[in-house]
Design a protein around this ligand. Structure first.
Ligand SMILES: [Zn+2]
Length: 360
């Protein structure tokens, strides 16, 4: 059987690109490959066979470390880890835990949650609350009318986003200097959610965008200054030429080469329009029903919602998704490597995009 090309073949694939494409790749990404070797004692063989298929599989391990030279994000992929089955089922016990949490404060938001000083925004399937312990002066919660965060539809996702954007406008009307909008959805405890009931959070900052968004804006401007090209367009082209991107009515979907954590998907769009909303839904649906993800982080990066001094030209709307792993697993899933060095990734972007391609 012909072996599918995967992330550990990246250097070979890039070497085979036409020179202009290779140059574009090399302007954004750096690849470092290495081989890890070990000698297991015979009493360990049975355990290794059970966990990795064969002893041979672990004797030599190909590792590829990818660095995004523009943003300085970095990810290490080990073929041993990345060849594990991609499609899994959400654990059965999870459903029980989600149901057990029914009748919490977000099931009765009018009594269970505070409202913002400007009141609540009500959508067809969502309502806002004021966050009780705030990340910033303006910090709200978009509470979904569906308790189970893994039950959603295209209409619902669109409604949550409409409600979030309307919240941003009302918050901005309350404080005209607050212009930097950020949406985050932590789905289930493993992704950082303290409440099970489906909800996203919204913040509107003053003075400067949140550090990682501002960093990306600065790096993209620097890239344009040096190359004369838009960073996000090039990021898409580099992924596209390697078979790591899909286009859905103008929303560009990337199996990102330097993910922060497993299965990171990057959506790039001119605006937070119907196409992007549909793409968000389709990716989430594939995440949960195609890839068996049950705990994820989703964020939306966008330029400020009011006039500011710094240059945001060419900065699109970005949506980033990542898998936080099995919610029944007690290991944190992120350790010192991710926080202080570079990310250790168990998924293969080539296989993630393949599942998405089939599903979308
Ligand atoms: Zn609930």
């Amino acid at each position: 059987m012909l072996k599918q090309q995967g992330i550990t073949d990246l250097a070979k694939m890039v070497a085979a690109l036409p020179s202009a494409e290779k140059q574009r790749f090399d302007g954004i990404f750096h690849i470092s490959s290495s081989i890890g070797r070990l000698n297991p004692p015979p009493p360990m063989h049975k355990w290794i066979e059970e966990h990795f298929g064969s002893v041979e599989a672990v004797l030599e391990q190909r590792i590829v470390r990818v660095t995004n030279l523009v943003t300085m994000e970095g990810s290490s992929f080990n073929e041993l880890r990345s060849q594990r089955p991609m499609v899994t089922e959400p654990p059965e016990a999870l459903e029980k835990l989600i149901t057990e949490d029914l009748d919490g404060p977000f099931c009765r938001p009018l009594e269970g949650t505070p409202e913002d000083v400007f009141g609540r925004v009500e959508g067809k399937h969502s309502i806002t609350a004021s966050n009780i312990a705030k990340f910033d002066g303006l910090h709200g919660v978009v509470i979904f009318d569906e308790h189970d965060p893994l039950t959603f539809s295209e209409e619902r996702i669109g409604d949550y986003i409409d409600t979030a954007l309307e919240w941003a406008q009302r918050a901005h009307a309350t404080d005209g200097d607050a212009r930097y909008f950020f949406l985050l959805w932590n789905c289930l405890w493993r992704a950082g959610a303290s409440i099970v009931h489906g909800h996203a959070q919204v913040v509107l900052g003053r003075d400067m965008h949140y550090a990682k968004v501002e960093h990306l804006r600065r790096e993209a401007l620097e890239y344009r200054k040096v190359t004369g090209r838009n960073y996000f367009d090039d990021l898409y082209l580099v992924h596209h030429v390697l078979g790591l991107a899909l286009d859905m009515d103008g929303a560009r979907i990337l199996g990102y080469l330097t993910p922060t954590k497993d299965k990171e998907i990057f959506l790039i769009s001119e605006a937070l329009d119907g196409s992007l909303r549909r793409a968000i839904y389709r990716v989430l649906d594939c995440y949960v029903r195609g890839l068996g993800v049950s705990s994820f982080n989703l964020v939306i990066y966008m330029p400020p919602i009011g006039p500011v001094e710094e240059d945001w030209s060419g900065f699109p709307v970005l949506v980033r998704f990542l898998d936080r792993g099995d919610p029944m697993n007690r290991t944190a899933g992120m350790g010192a490597m991710e926080l202080y060095a570079s990310s250790i990734i168990s998924s293969d972007p080539f296989r993630v995009i393949e599942v998405l391609r089939v599903s979308i």
